[in-house]
Design a protein around this ligand. Structure first.
Ligand code: IYR
Length: 224
């Protein structure tokens, strides 16, 4: 290996094989309770909880450790209203033709439509952006690498952190999403990646039966 500045791995915790078995199984049981919901309560969620979850997401691995992501956490009612208005505008175009029949058929069992009241009701919207140029510091404008992969991993970790904190989430990708740049005051260097809705579920929140069908281990994994 080329010489480079480094330090010993000091915070690795080695569990016994028994503990690992218990931990892996307990984590699966807990993550199994994560469901995307589309009815949120307006019950407030403290900013510090969202900050901690974003910090957790920010520990994700990334290409050359450039951390090519930006999280814009929105709780301001007026900004949420703008997001809803513009997202619904785009979604109407999508549901009224742009999607095409095959896509609309695939969405039928989820019961989605262009109405997105949760964009105003949920306490937090987190707009996730990927950065085209960047670097190890905020100021750099070098090439970023594996941007999609890196931001995807960080987003997955954010969803997991929010679930672990006790919050329900929904991933939302209005198409196109570029309207988020203006609302969130991000430059052309940023590309809107996903909008996460986070909060408490409404009392009448439901999970579509379709979303509860999970492929079995043998259908998603091969052991060689
Ligand atoms: N963005 C639209 C449509 C949509 C697309 C997929 I793929 C989904 O899994 C769910 C919805 C909407 O949010 O309604």
């Amino acid at each position: 290996m080329q010489s480079h500045d480094c330090s010993p791995l000091a915070d690795f915790i080695e569990y016994s094989p028994e503990e690992m078995l218990l931990r892996s199984s307990a984590f699966y049981e807990d993550l199994k309770r994560r469901h995307s919901i589309r009815k949120f309560s307006d019950k407030p969620v403290a900013k510090e909880i969202i900050e901690n979850c974003i910090k957790a997401a920010g520990t994700a691995p990334s290409g050359a450790n450039h951390q090519p992501w930006q999280f814009v956490a929105i709780q301001d009612a007026d900004i949420k209203r703008q997001v809803r208005e513009q997202a619904e505008n785009h979604e109407r175009g999508f549901y009224e033709g742009r999607a095409g029949d095959e896509w609309l058929d695939a969405l039928k069992p989820l019961g989605t439509d262009s109405e997105k009241p949760y964009l105003e009701i949920a306490p937090w919207l987190i707009a996730i952006f990927s950065e085209k140029k960047g670097g190890i510091t905020k100021e750099e404008k070098n090439n970023n690498y594996y941007v999609h992969e890196s931001v995807g991993i960080a987003t997955g970790m954010l969803i997991t952190a929010l679930h672990n904190a006790g919050l329900a989430t929904l991933t939302h990708t209005p198409k196109p999403m570029s309207f988020l740049n203006k609302i969130c005051q991000r430059s052309d260097n940023d590309r809107a990646y996903m909008l996460l809705i986070a909060g408490y579920p409404a009392e009448d929140a439901t999970i579509p039966a379709h979303a509860q069908v999970k492929k079995s281990l043998k259908d998603i994994a091969t052991f060689l």
